[in-house]
Ligand binder design. Structure first.
Ligand code: 9UX
Length: 68
């Protein structure tokens, strides 16, 4: 499975790494691509182990907003 989330508030490389790292810690996440220029976070994952809601929570815990 692959999903692209619209994440607001990432403005520097550290933001990018915080979001990427928080997602990579989740069981079931296989790959994460972050573009701070387009606000897009694309996650490759296995939906048996992880849900979109869990991904959103992980990002929000880092202090960023998930629009979609
Ligand atoms: Mo960079 Mo991001 O100084 O919240 S870590 S803007």
């Amino acid at each position: 499975m692959q999903i692209t989330l619209d994440v607001r508030g990432m403005t520097c490389d550290h933001c990018e790494k915080a979001v990427k790292g928080s997602l990579e810690e989740l069981n079931g996440v296989q790959g994460v691509e972050v573009s701070i220029d387009t606000n897009r976070v694309t996650v490759t994952y296995d939906d048996v182990y992880v849900s979109k809601e869990q991904m959103k929570s992980a990002i929000e815990e880092q202090g960023y907003d998930v629009v979609a």
